[in-house]
Structure formats: structure tokens, C-alpha cells
Design a protein around this ligand. Sequence first.
Ligand code: SF4
Length: 424
Amino acid sequence: MAQSNLAPAQAAHDKLKALGILALNGMFDEMDAVGVLRYAINEVLPGDLAIVSSFGADSAVLLHMVAQVDPSLPVYFLETGKHFPETLAYVETLKKTLGLINVHAIHPNSEDVKRFDPNGDLWESDPDSCCHIRKTEPLEPITEQYGGWVTGRKRYQTAERGVLPHFELTSDDRIKVNPLAHFTDADVIEYRQAHSLPEHPLYAKGFKSIGCAPCTSAVAEGEDPRAGRWRGLNKKECGIHYDFNGAIASPMSAAARHTLWKDGAFIADPFKSWTEGTDPSEARYTHVPLPEFIAHREAYLANPHPLGLLVLPGDRIEDVAEDVSRFASIAVAFPAFSDGRGYSTARLLVERLNYAGEIRAVGDVLQDQIPHMRRCGFNALVVTHAPTREALIDNRLPEMALFYQPVGRTEVPLGTRPFLRRVS
Ligand code: SF4
């Protein structure tokens, strides 16, 4: 197993910091997956990068790219003990076909399994703990040996991944490289066919995203490819792709530089302000004003890049009801503390339009508004007001004992709302 050399790792990391990870993200064409991977392996973290692969339905694509750039790159497979036999056979097929020469299986600690999952049914009663002992815990000592790791995550897979960049800096100062961030399901299939890559044996049976056998089911035609993972449970990730704060790893750890508050932390914002005159087919990572979107709807819908929507007071979100799922993020403006129209927009999005992506409040966001905002469906805030920033960082927000307007979903009991949890 490769051991990282701390000095070069530190040097590489310092170099990356000096370059600026955001600049790094701007260096590559959106579609240049091999270019991102080659640069990460050869320039960013030479000898200090590894990949964790599930050997699932679309793993062959990234592993094929790895084999082109460096077939000796360490590849780790989490052998949870719960895989389909077809997956274990597929590991061997890909190793042989692609010529990968450095593949390792990581097993859970047998004492932990005996103690916490003696009957092998923890996945049913407590899947988070099952993933913890079978994936997160065994992987931790491995990732600690490297300055970074490559993942096969893609933006289209879940709303949470809709803003995934190519390079991320985690809060423990490691680098995650996501060469396939921009790939769609169709891109994966096209790549697999173009390179005659072997298909996972279960793919043709409707298994489009494959993890452990008890937690994976086939998906119907047209269904979200990941809908078969932990079906029926409010669980979308196994935990290993999450940063400490539960968010997708932040591209920069210096919270002080960020204004976007999400999932309990200030994180780097991949979105830029929309610029008048932007070509609708070229726009990416920008919140398109609602009237502009309506005026050029066809072009924006044909645009393959991640986009957001900007809703100003007076704009009617109902006018784009059919298209809200197109946006990875919807920004609702609060130009003044006294203007409450944004609350109604958020509630419409959540309660009537079933929008599941990011709803962010922008503008005059102040401390006292935040509990109302969260309650109405906002899950991200752009905060520039210094005292409000400090209150968020210190986890000091007012709780609200009384609400004047009912909301259309179950209220979380006062004092237990996780976003209001105080440090004891
Ligand atoms: S995916 Fe399911 S079986 Fe596998 S570790 Fe997680 S909960 Fe356990």
C-alpha cells in the first residue's frame, strides 16, 4: 500500500492553496474529465492520490480513465460483506480487462461487526450505523494516508450534488477530485459503449446504481438512477462523501471568505451573479433572473450546464412551475428586512411545487429572520451582515415559540431543531 510522504504532500497542498482551488476549477473545460484526472495525478498530488470505487454500475468509466493515465494508482474497494456476488465478480472482471494493478479490498473491523451487527440486519434497523461500521470507519485510516482521493460522483445524481465542482478541499485539508462531475447518465453509457467496457451484470436487470445488496433495488424506466438506493428511507449517501459538517466538501476551508451558509457551515459558493447579455446557451453556475428565463426558456432548457434561478419580489414562481426541477439552486431575494414576499415563494416551492433542490435567501438576511426562513423551506442563506454571520458561526439563533402562520408540513418540536441546537 502506498505511504504518503508528508513533505511532498504538504508542498503539493501549499501549491494548490497558492494556486487557489477555485482557479484550479476554472482551468479545465467543463467536459475534460481525463484532463482533470491527469492533472490531479501528475501535478496536484503525484504519488499521494488514491481512488475509492464501488465497482458499481458506472464505475468502469472512471476506472478506464485511471487505467489510461496511471494503472498503478491505488484503487480501494469497500468490501462491506454485503455486496451482490455479481459485484464481487465484476471487481475481478474490471481488474483484468483494464489492467489495474493496485486494487485493494477494505474490510470492516470484525470486532465492530460482531458487537454492533451480530445478526447482520443492522442495515434494516439503523442503516446509518451500518454504513458507519462497514464503510466510514474502515475507510478513514486509508484516506488519512493520502493527500486526496478521486471520486466518481456526478452532479445529476442527486439534488445535493447539483453544485459539485471538479476539485474540492475538505475541512481536514485533503483534496477530492471529481473528474466526472459534469457527466450525465447518457454520457456514461456513451463512454462505456465507445470503449467497449464490460457492463455490471445487474445493469441490464434495471440496477442503475449499485451498492450493497440489501440496500439496492432495481429502478423503473425513467426513474432517478439512485432511487433504488435505500429505497423508502430518508437516506441518500453512505457518509463517505460528506465533509465533517455534513455538506459536500467545501472548496475552501476558510469560512471567513464565504458568504453562503449551508448545512451548518459557511461554504464556497459555486454560483456567480448573472451578467446582463449572457448567452442563454453558455450560462453556467449563475442564477438567471426569472423574466430572463421565461424570455429565453427553450435555450435555457437546452443548456446542459448547472443553472440557478433568481426570484425577485413581484416575480411569480408559479410562472415557471413546470421547470423548477431544472435548477440546482433557486435564489429568493429579500431586498429589505420588511419585505416578506420571499417567504411565500419558498413555501410555494416546497409545498406545492415539490422542489427538492437548494432554496437560498439572498439580500438583507438578518439573524431574527433565519428561523422563519428555515421553517418556510430555505436551506441556504447568503449572509453578509457581520453580527448575523457571527451568530451563525457560534450557533446562536433565536428560537421561535410561536408562529403566526401555519406551514403545510410537520413542525419539528421546539428545542430539537437541529439547526438551532446549541453548544452545551
Ligand atoms: S449500504 Fe446498506 S448494507 Fe451496505 S453498509 Fe450501508 S446500510 Fe449496510
